[in-house]
Design a protein around this ligand. Structure first.
Ligand code: GLN
Length: 340
């Protein structure tokens, strides 16, 4: 009698089919991002984060957008080359590197992958979870992720993260020392989260050192152009389309995108997916990365945030681009949209 096929054996027999398409023509992409930039640059809602003192100095007027395609082309407008600290947008990329190092199943077992429905720095989220795991996109799961990075000491773990995120960006990324020092002097809440996790034996390194490496990772300076290339690397099955280098294995890449889809915008992740229909990740300095699998990455920088800590203009722009470029993963046929 024939064996009943398992889901993974079925998948293994059909490796040539993927659920994706292509970006529109280069001229169309450039016209659409310029139209989106003009449409939302005057929006003045939201507030620049100030719980990390160095972030409060950012101009609320900064607004940069970049789309990088998996074919290796990129399209920018506005302040797309202005550096800012990556903050929580580092989380999916460090998670990706950890999945690549230990396997996505082991990463799921140790970190959890379900959304918490609570703010990014919630302690309650740890307490409410049955096994005390959260997910790698909120602070508790992200600090646990950083604690699992290969390396025997903090310096080795840091090197792994800096090298890995630089490979995602296709250029050497450096720490914004001012932001690092400012956050390091004000991150007792994250230290508390790390010690709580340690108490539940969910941390895999010294809690204070893990928090310090995490703070450094959040202080890496990037631009909207970097975020677009980093996103395009996840869109391209783990290969950086600009350098051609494989950064992580494709089998882990799609798991990273799944966690982003459910938890990338914290307690607003449902609304984000409902509107925009592709995985994304925000950070408190005003960065957003969004990934259209197979097509490309979007990087936006605009510091004013909503109450959940997500860039206001970034979300508006992502909504606009998702419609105008046909990025929504849940759309099964083209819908008429207004010309840019
Ligand atoms: N470094 C910030 C923190 O840990 C990152 C948070 C964020 O960007 N949402 O508080």
């Amino acid at each position: 009698m024939a064996e009943t096929p398992t889901p993974s054996s079925v998948a293994a027999t059909t490796p040539t089919h993927v659920s994706t398409g292509q970006l529109p023509s280069p001229e169309h992409v450039q016209a659409v991002i310029e139209a989106g930039y003009e449409r939302f640059r005057g929006v003045d809602e939201g507030a620049v984060a100030d719980y990390i003192p160095a972030l409060a100095a950012a101009s609320p007027d900064l607004f940069g957008v970049c789309v990088a395609g998996t074919g290796g082309r990129s399209f920018s407008v506005g302040d797309a080359a202005v550096p800012f600290s990556i903050q929580s947008v580092s989380k999916p990329f460090v998670f990706a590197l950890v999945c690549d190092a230990i396997g996505h199943e082991e990463a799921r077992r140790r970190l959890g992958v379900n959304s918490t429905g609570l703010p990014f720095n919630s302690v309650m989220a740890i307490e409410l979870g049955q096994d005390r795991t959260t997910n790698p996109m909120v602070n508790s799961g992200a600090i646990a992720t950083t604690s699992m990075v290969p390396g025997d000491d903090a310096a080795a773990k840091w090197r792994f993260i800096q090298d890995g995120l630089s490979r995602f960006a296709g250029r050497r990324l450096e720490v914004d020392q001012h932001v690092y020092e400012s956050e390091a002097a004000a991150n007792r809440r994250n230290q508390g989260i790390a010690h709580l996790l340690d108490g539940y034996e969910l941390l895999h390194f010294d809690p204070d050192e893990a928090t310090d490496v995490y703070t450094r990772q959040c202080s890496l300076a990037v631009t909207a152009e970097d975020l677009a290339v980093m996103g395009a690397t996840l869109a391209d099955g783990g290969v950086n389309p600009m350098t051609g280098e494989r950064v992580i294995d494709a089998s882990h890449c799609k798991r990273v995108l799944a966690v982003l889809a459910t938890a990338g915008l914290y307690e607003h992740s449902g609304s984000w997916l409902y509107e925009i229909g592709i995985p994304g990740k925000s950070g408190v300095s005003g960065g957003i990365v969004a990934i259209a699998p197979g097509k490309g990455g979007l990087g936006v920088y605009s510091p004013p945030l909503d109450v959940a800590g997500n860039s206001v203009r970034g979300q508006l722009l992502a909504t606009f681009l998702s419609e105008a470029l046909g990025l929504n993963l849940f759309a099964s046929r083209p819908e008429p949209v207004a010309a840019p």
